[in-house]
Ligand binder design. Sequence first.
Ligand code: PLP
Length: 378
Amino acid sequence: MDSLPKDKPLFTPGPLTTSLSVKQAMLRDIGSRDNEFIGAVRELRDELLRVGGVSQQDGYEAILMQGSGTFSVEAVIVSAMPPSGKLLAVVNGAYGDRIVKIAQVHGIETVVQRYRENEMPSVEAVDEALAADSEIKMVVAVHCETTSGIINPIEAIGKRVAKYERCYFVDSMSAFGAVPLDLEAAKIDFLVSSANKCIEGVPGFGFCICRREALLATRGWSRTLSLDLLAQWEGLEKNGQFRFTPPTHTILAFRQALRELEAEGGVAGRAARYEENYRTLLAGMRSLGFVEYVDPDLQGYIITSFRYPEDPNFQFQKFYDLLNEAGFVIYPGKVSDADCFRIGNIGRLNKSDVEALLLAIRQVLETMRVTPAVGAGN
Ligand SMILES: Cc1ncc(COP(=O)(O)O)c(C=O)c1O
């Protein structure tokens, strides 16, 4: 194990840098019907509820779903939208747009409230839409819009959705496990995230935490076999098994990742490390002259979009390649109305990793002869 290659730290939104012990936990061949595996699945489901601050006694369930995070998002849309009725999508980034696309593919009528990618959605607009249109059956919002790093007002939106007794679905892919969220207070019916985000597992499955009553209400609605959320839950409840081949190795890694989350102090402990990474990054990038795309008051500590410097010597691909050669992986931008790149603070990284990245960025800028001063508000 000592001879494992040292991979470059991933300053990305996932897959992420994981601990050696998480990777080691996968070095098993365990049967999908094996009692040990069934026990691991039960442990994961219970623990996920605990991380979410809810329990089965409170009426919540955790469902694991094979595939990447998008599969779990799609599972909720195609399983929990009634056969008729509209979806209201609050969109301020590419992941909100992806949900609209999913709905389109399945012929679900969608009302889109679209905002700029560094703009906070309006809670009042959600209220007004729900008051005006009783055909809207579900509202969906993205918690941390990983496109920019903005944190959306999930709890405030949820209270309006509950006022009109509609279903509320939150894509908390890149936030769950590291950004505190009170599911009960936010009136969330369905929430999804995946294994390779803030819980620091490896890719292979997503999960949904939902209110049992909301889940049971979806009987007969599913438009899909493999992504049928209710059938998946019933399968897991019946014998603890997945309906179709489970990602056994990923699940063992995730069990270890959850134990490490607990050892770090749960959501609060993880949030503290990521916040420290973010503060270190922000101070360092600002001192180099970089400007963020999102206003600091709206910005979360998960991932930050930085605007390209105005210097004509700056070319992102060269910047990326030189950083990569120096041993650091950052991420291209995704916002549609500004040239940006992104740096993630999540995964098994700490302040010293961020400091090493900042040093490398300084050296790369020198190599590229980029003057580390950028015009604000470009
Ligand atoms: C908020 C959000 N939603 C959905 C997804 C899609 O997840 P995946 O790429 O695992 O399908 C991501 C991925 O980063 C995300 O950040």
